[in-house]
Ligand binder design. Structure first.
Ligand code: AMP
Ligand code: MG
Length: 488
């Protein structure tokens, strides 16, 4: 396909030039009948890619892996990870990194095919993905991006014409995932456990150059890296808590060093506020429940810390002490960020004791009254225009008056508070029951109407969308019995 010359691929492939123990060269498996399902024009544009002269058929060949982009050097990355607390060797079992594309604004992006066949790391898996789960990832990752949450993005979905066997027979698909890199806490764990310190050093240098170049000159750059990753991952989890997102499988192999959300397997959004909310079918202990996510970020950072010890100082005791100081600073820094975020959700720009009490009261009121997390903030912003009797009850009215009093005491006008609130509280989140219905409609009825509606409205999550009120309403039973699944 000579037309590829016009697309604008600009592959750099720096990862494939690292130690060969970090990956396996691997071509995507050929698929019998690739068909374009979704293509993200807006993302293609930001990457500086132009497909206007490429036919749908050729696009499908490219994004299924049947045809390689010019300059791609396909590899499967090696990594390990703590899954539900247990250390395991993993690696890309069903994903292939085509390489890193350099965008017009000089940013590197991994271009990865997910569901593109077996690799040396597949263990017993088939290397495939179902159309249903790739549509789910496409929809939710794009919604997260537009909500301002750092995340991997989805460039394309191609159906493969193959059957994929899970509990049922599914249509197969390949998703093109775009991310600033797929380097994980688990990548460091792999090197630390199975390779040598020289490789760890080379790799850490690479990560700093790629993601935190400002730390390169730091007197102790591995320690500075740890701090930087800690801050990025804290900001990420604060964003998740802000919009009600539950990742569902925060194993160390699913935590990005650049602090981006990825691996949209069993994730979901919380409707009624409760910190114990968990939907993943395999998370029986609630390890990755909504309110446990910050603690897990810290736990995962400890895993990263352990790998960096030999680079922090030759004297292990000294290195451990320095690293511990960083990790021990987590709770206080996190707590401050958490109050800030909760303050902004209520239009408050500074948070001290009175504001903290107000925030806590609202959260426990929501928890005790099975109130919808997203809609409660919208109700506050529109008070007293609402229909739900929960909010006319005296306890809520009293809370609202206290909020008004605190705004006044802070010299914040209602208009200014509402303006702040609008920037921090999404009007629309992908409601679990609607996401599942949209996927049923596409996969079982070839009906894309709801899916397209969710995709479209998800692009402007902070705007009131009066025509789409039906997308804002939680299910009457509040997601009772809703379950999500890993790796389908
Ligand atoms: P995940 O739960 O998606 O983070 O996946 C955990 C590990 O299982 C990763 O190493 C994946 O590459 C691998 N994996 C998941 N599904 C498959 C599959 N169908 N075939 C091969 N490997 C898989
Ligand atoms: Mg994963």
């Amino acid at each position: 396909m000579t037309l590829q010359n016009h697309i604008g691929w600009n592959f750099n492939n720096s990862y494939a030039q690292l130690s060969e123990k970090l990956f396996a060269k691997q071509l995507p498996a050929a698929v019998p009948n690739p068909k374009m399902v979704y293509f993200n024009d807006e993302l293609a544009k930001t990457l500086g890619l132009d497909f206007s002269t490429v036919s749908e058929n050729d696009k499908a060949q490219l994004f299924s892996g049947n045809l390689l982009p010019i300059g791609a050097v396909p590899i499967a990355q090696a990594y390990a990870g703590h899954q539900f607390g247990h250390f395991t060797m993993l690696g890309d079992g069903r994903a292939i990194l085509l390489g890193e594309h350099l965008s017009p604004n000089n940013k590197l992006f991994d271009i990865q095919l997910k569901g593109s066949g077996q690799t040396p790391y597949s263990r017993r898996g088939d290397g495939k993905a179902t159309l249903r789960s790739m549509l789910r990832e496409f929809l939710i990752s794009e919604a997260m991006y537009h909500m301002g949450v750092p995340t991997s993005r989805s460039l394309a979905i191609v159906s493969t014409g193959e059957k994929v066997y899970r509990e049922e027979v599914h249509e197969g698909a390949v998703l093109t995932r775009v991310m600033s890199s797929h380097i994980r806490v688990g990548t460091f764990e792999y090197i630390s456990n199975f390779l040598d310190v020289a490789t760890l050093q080379e790799f850490t240098h690479y990560v700093i150059q790629r993601h935190y170049p400002e730390l390169a000159e730091n007197a102790n750059s591995p320690l500075a890296l740890l701090k930087a990753v800690m801050n990025k991952q804290m900001d990420l989890v604060i964003n998740w808590l802000r919009v009600g997102f539950i990742h569902g499988v925060m194993n160390t192999d699913n935590m990005s060093i650049a602090g981006e959300t990825f691996d949209y397997g069993p994730c979901a959004f919380m409707n009624n506020y409760h910190p114990d909310t968990v939907f993943s079918s395999i998370d029986v202990q609630g390890r990755y429940a909504f309110g446990k996510q910050p603690g897990i970020v810290q736990w995962n950072l400890v895993c990263l810390t352990e790998t960096l010890i030999p680079l922090i100082d030759k004297d292990t005791d000294k290195a451990v002490k320095m690293a511990q100081e960083v990790i021990n600073s987590f709770p206080a820094i996190y707590q401050e960020k958490w109050w800030q975020m909760n303050g902004l959700k209520l239009g408050l720009t500074t948070v001290s004791d009175n504001e903290k009490q107000l925030i806590e009261e609202l959260l426990s009121w929501m928890q005790n009254n099975q109130a919808d997390y997203t809609n409660t903030y919208l109700t506050i912003a529109n008070y007293p225009q609402q229909t739900d009797e929960k909010y006319t009850a005296p306890d809520f009215a009293r809370w609202y008056q206290r909020w008004e009093g605190i705004l006044k005491a802070n010299n914040i006008s209602l208009t200014s508070a509402l303006n702040t609130m609008q920037q921090h509280n999404p009007e629309l989140i992908p409601r679990n029951h609607l996401v599942e219905k949209a996927l049923d409609d596409v996969c079982l009825q070839q009906d894309n109407i709801l899916f397209d509606e969710l995709l479209k409205t998800g692009k402007t999550p902070y705007q009131a969308q009066p025509n789409y009120k039906h997308l804002q309403t939680p299910p009457p039973d509040g997601d009772k019995g809703y379950k999500t699944f890993c790796g389908t």
